[in-house]
Write a protein that binds this ligand. Structure first.
Ligand code: XMP
Length: 481
């Protein structure tokens, strides 16, 4: 039997020691940090690739505040690609390939499209993609006859204000204001539809200055893939839909399957960042980087909904895992993502202080308005569901998606679950909880005397604490309300 001499630690085993600080205010610190080799975040937060955490609504919300979301893979390939595309279309200076209708479309069809894509207007185009008009939700609002053609209610081409391809943001803003309009079709030299500028997109650009965006002003998003041969099709569909990064999502990432997948993805998509994981050792990081990973996700059994350590006996307490992996990651120049077990802003600061470049959040974000799934009421309180992706119900749902039919309940007992189903309190919008988390992190950086995350790495000093120290750390000896 081999036993490592040192004790492995996790978040509650330690505290950070306050250092002399010349930071004047929490706002004087910089939280920018890499997600992967080519993608930098204004705040080092990632929403987890779980089906109770990240679909397009979460990915948009977290990218707007400066993080990034990873769209989970527990859905059909087509649906995952659609979710990615939704994020890429959510904003951008010019919406390329805007939703459109042919002139023979009916009012009913237009209403369906507006509802399906959550948009306020559609461009009507002819057979050669020439703009014929624009139909907006307002044009349809009180229309009684659903069978009428959209051409009868649209604003026709001759009354439309349009612009050419090379317009600047400022010019577009002025045109929208001058004509008091909200949508501006962009036409190429031959009068064909090139794109659409909307007032809402311009407002959003000003509202979210820290948003994580690509060179075309679109929100960035990552997509999770597995390691089966069909996952190459999944990856291809997501990249074509605009995914900025692919995350190889497998519980035991230090395996030939995962390493081969990372290698194959990098070969096929050399310009897309590939994140490998999950690992918990320096060897795991080294092998991932050698396979071509542009970031490595660290955490085995640390998640709030994980029972891997109970079921298999394997795992490494998260703070020590991050520490060991980050030393190798930093030496090789590849960012480490601390994934699992983060419960508050203090844990975020500790994970970063241990050497991570960013943290992935699951149940901490599962209770927000933007997570998938409905709110449930229990004893008068509002909750949302969160479940491990290796839980019983997630396993069965996955099989049903793959088989295209229901799994016989007699087969349920064949599932060996490594995760649980649970509820978390409903928490309101992502931006509110992120504000609190980032506020705590900023404060943490100033306690360390660090003006940015790399400085935190070099200045942080941890102290181990006892259970008495832990009890002293929370509110104590008072009646909390
Ligand atoms: P938190 O603590 O943020 O953790 O909720 C989220 C991370 O947990 C991992 N995950 C699982 N791990 N069994 C596991 O052992 C599971 O069923 C499971 N589902 C999610 C995953 O790394 C996620 O990001």
């Amino acid at each position: 039997m081999r036993i490592r001499p040192e004790t492995a630690l996790t978040f509650d085993d330690v505290l950070l020691i306050p250092r002399r600080s010349s930071i004047r205010s929490r706002h004087a610190v910089n939280t920018r940090s890499p997600f992967s080799r080519c993608i930098t975040l204004a705040i080092p937060l990632i929403s987890a690739n779980m089906d109770t955490v990240t679909e397009s609504a979460m990915a948009c919300a977290i990218a707007r505040v400066g993080g990034i979301g990873v769209i989970h893979r527990f859905m059909t390939i087509e649906r995952q690609a659609t979710e990615v595309a939704r994020v890429k279309r959510a904003e951008g200076f010019v919406v390329e390939d805007p939703y459109s209708l042919p002139p023979n479309a009916t009012i009913e069809e237009a209403r369906e499209q507006l509802a399906e894509h959550h948009i306020g207007g559609l461009i009507v185009v002819g057979a050669n993609n020439e703009v014929l008009g624009l139909v907006s939700a307002r044009d349809l609002m009180f229309e009684r006859d659903p069978e009428r053609r959209v051409t009868e209610v649209m604003t026709p081409r001759e009354k439309l204000v349009t612009v050419g391809e090379h317009i600047s943001l400022e010019q577009a803003r002025d045109v929208l204001h001058k004509h008091r309009i909200e949508k501006l079709p962009v036409l190429d030299q031959s009068g064909q539809l090139h794109g659409l500028i909307t007032a809402q997109d311009i407002v959003k650009q000003e509202q979210w200055p820290d948003a994580t965006k690509d060179s075309r002003g679109r929100l960035r998003v990552a997509a999770a893939v597995g390691v089966r041969p069909s996952d190459m099709d999944r990856a291809t569909a997501c990249v074509h839909a605009g995914a900025d990064a692919l995350v190889v999502d497998i519980a035991h990432g230090h395996s030939d399957n995962a390493l081969n997948m990372v290698r194959a993805l990098k070969e096929l998509f050399p310009n897309v960042d590939v994140v490998g994981g999950n690992v918990a050792t320096a060897d795991g990081v080294r092998d991932m980087v050698e396979a071509g990973a542009d970031a490595v996700k660290v955490g085995v059994g640390a998640g709030s909904i994980c029972i891997t350590r109970i079921v298999t006996g394997f795992g490494v307490p998260q703070l020590s895992a991050v520490d060991e992996c980050a030393q190798t990651g930093q030496a090789l120049g590849v960012p480490i993502i601390a994934d699992g077990g983060i419960r508050n802003s203090g844990d975020i600061t500790k994970a970063l202080a241990a050497g991570a470049s960013s943290v992935m959040l699951g149940s901490l974000l599962a209770g927000t308005d933007e997570s998938p799934g409905a709110t449930v009421i229990r004893s008068g309180q509002r909750y949302k569901i969160v479940r491990g992706m290796a839980s019983l119900t997630a396993n069965i749902d996955r099989q049903e998606i793959e088989l295209g039919r229901e799994v016989d309940p007699d087969d349920w007992e064949r599932v060996v679950a490594e995760g649980v189903e649970a509820m978390v309190p409903a928490r309101g919008p992502v931006k509110e909880i992120v504000y609190q988390l980032v506020g705590g992190l900023r404060s943490g950086l100033s306690y360390a005397g660090a003006s940015n995350i790399p400085e935190l790495w070099s200045k942080a000093e941890f102290v181990r604490i006892t259970s008495a120290g832990k009890a002293e750390s929370g509110a104590h000896d008072v009646q909390t309300r």
